[in-house]
Design a binder for this molecule. Structure first.
Ligand code: SF4
Length: 82
């Protein structure tokens, strides 16, 4: 399942450099997570790095993007991040 950013986002930019998948960008009004790139930090980190860093606690699971660990690992490989 990819994560999503809720309206509580304060546009602080803290999460962008933390994401190992380069999945977070600034949107029109708040930051957004690209579900095609977010792997819940699988397999790089135990904890989701945006969740750890976010001061507004607004990075949450996106119920519209449910995926198994195998699917997340396959997605990570397809990103070719090395
Ligand atoms: Fe990036 Fe990990 Fe947050 Fe997904 S959970 S947006 S991969 S930092």
């Amino acid at each position: 399942m990819s994560l999503m950013i809720t309206e509580e986002c304060v546009n602080c930019d803290a999460c962008v450099p933390e994401c190992p998948n380069e999945a977070i960008t600034q949107g029109d009004s708040i930051y957004v997570i690209n579900a095609e790139r977010c792997t819940e930090c699988v397999p790089v980190n135990e904890q989701q790095q945006c969740v750890v860093i976010c001061p507004a606690n607004c990075c949450v699971p996106d119920p519209n993007h449910q995926e198994t660990r195998e699917q997340l690992e396959a997605k990570y490989k397809s990103l070719n991040l090395g």
